[in-house]
Design a protein around this ligand. Structure first.
Ligand code: ADP
Ligand code: MG
Length: 212
């Protein structure tokens, strides 16, 4: 099987050397097919099974596009559950190890609201959360999305199954319209096609069936 090394990508040298220290040398198929488009600023819809490496695909897009000196929320990742949001936040922190002072904040339901307000007041570069809680922070004015340039819907099919459509719509309404949007999903039902048609611009569709 043909493999492609991360080093073929135009990534910051610190990110590349950290990938290598994590033991990530070759891209998985979904990373190889989506990362060039993500780094080029395109919207994408990526369909791939669990374990195909979707988190690093969008995580590297987040970190490559980030301006560390600008301490404002620039990327927002939405996940169906707190467990998944915690996993994504931890993977982004691992990928970001080479970049100092990156703040990744999780905002999930089932956690006390007050401390999250305090964390938002301190600031963050990247927010990872569940749609209901993120929408509540946006609606109440604690989370400002004016500087958002990258919005990621992870496991979009599950978020819709769980009834998060309305919260997603509210969050998307509050985000700048010139942002980049990445949608990841294990399946690609009609409901996903219709949300993608509304929130994305000329998306590249990437579909991968194998994980290696
Ligand atoms: P998905 O979200 O598609 O289900 P994950 O992003 O959780 O998959 O990745 C699955 C596992 O593969 C994780 O343990 C991650 O650390 C590992 N992984 C991802 N990309 C690579 C890579 N290019 N090389 C080696 N391991 C990787
Ligand atoms: Mg995943």
């Amino acid at each position: 099987m043909s493999q492609t090394a991360f080093s073929t990508l135009d990534l910051k040298p610190d990110l590349l050397s950290n990938l290598s220290s994590l033991g990530y040398e070759q891209m998985t198929p979904i990373q190889a097919q989506s990362l060039p488009h993500i780094l080029a600023g395109k919207d994408i819809i990526a369909q791939g099974k669990t374990g195909s490496g979707k988190t690093a695909a969008f995580g590297l897009g987040v970190l490559e596009h980030l301006n560390v000196k600008r301490f404002r929320v620039q990327s927002l990742v939405l996940c169906p559950t707190r467990e998944l949001a915690d996993q994504v936040a931890n993977e982004i922190r691992r990928l970001a190890r080479a970049i100092h002072n990156i703040k990744v904040l999780t905002l999930c339901g089932g956690m006390p609201f007050g401390p999250q307000i305090g964390s938002l007041e301190h600031g963050a570069h990247i927010v990872v959360g569940t749609p209901g809680r993120v929408e509540e922070h946006v609606r109440k004015g604690y989370l400002n999305l004016d500087d958002l340039n990258l919005l990621i819907l992870d496991e979009a099919d599950r978020m819709l199954e769980m009834g998060f459509q309305e919260a997603l719509d509210e969050i998307i309404d509050a985000a700048p319209s010139d942002r980049q949007t990445l949608l990841f999903s294990a399946t690609y039902p009609t409901q996903i096609k219709s949300i993608a048609g509304r929130i994305m611009q000329d998306p590249v569709v990437v579909k991968v069936s194998s994980t290696h």
